[in-house]
Design a protein around this ligand. Sequence first.
Ligand SMILES: [Zn+2]
Length: 278
Amino acid sequence: MFLPRPLQVIVRDDDVSALTSADGLWELYGPAWERRQPVCLFVVPLGSPQIVEARPAPGPMTAVPLAENVDLCDSINRAILEGQVEIGLHGLHHSLGEFDIPDSAAVLELLDESKAIIESALPRARLRTFVPPRESMSASARDTVLEQGFNICAASTALWSPSRWGWWLRRLSRKSGWPGFHRPISLDDTRWLFPCDEYLFTAARHPEQCLKRARWMAVWCAFAGWPLICVNHHWELLGAGQSGLRRAWWTFLVDLLEMDNVQFTTFNTYQPGHSRAN
Ligand SMILES: [Zn+2]
């Protein structure tokens, strides 16, 4: 892979919860951690099997607080201390429509409860970035999350609702494979919106196609001067029968790690245009 200009890379893994195995995360991100590069883990404070279901059945669920997975919390706490993991917030239960609600007081309650559970398990986590569960949040939830000082990384449609023309344009661009990366937007230099419409390594595509597209996106983002946000679901990559997808991810990750003009960064520390090669 040849990059025409320096590239910043942010690795984002979603749906980390008490049900996540520390060994599984190490399997996916070990190459980065061995080279002391950071990975952003977006945590669901109350874990349950419905997190990974596209359409979970409504009704009560048994939820496991993050702290109950002692192995996971120990290894994340160590990695935070070593500056190799940044923790972000990814809902409370990750249920359907959880943040797609108009009541900002209810959003505040969700945020407070989520933060309290994570901070009790991961006391050194600096929770400053939010990813809405299931790529869905109301405009008032978005504004409340921003008022609380968070950056947000989400699909562009979750950050600003497009007009009818915008929806049509978006459908057309997705159909024709146009890159789903955008310039991050700074809000008064303290918070950022990171629109990202791409999941690069997904079981929905053949691993070879994932790798080819990821390389193309790296070139695209380098050329545009935007960060390449690699969004993964560890449970998808670690799923049975996904060894090809894992190999494709490792190939891409190691390629990036070995390039002189690639800098790994995080949402909390992102600075536009800052790169080792500058
Ligand atoms: Zn998620």
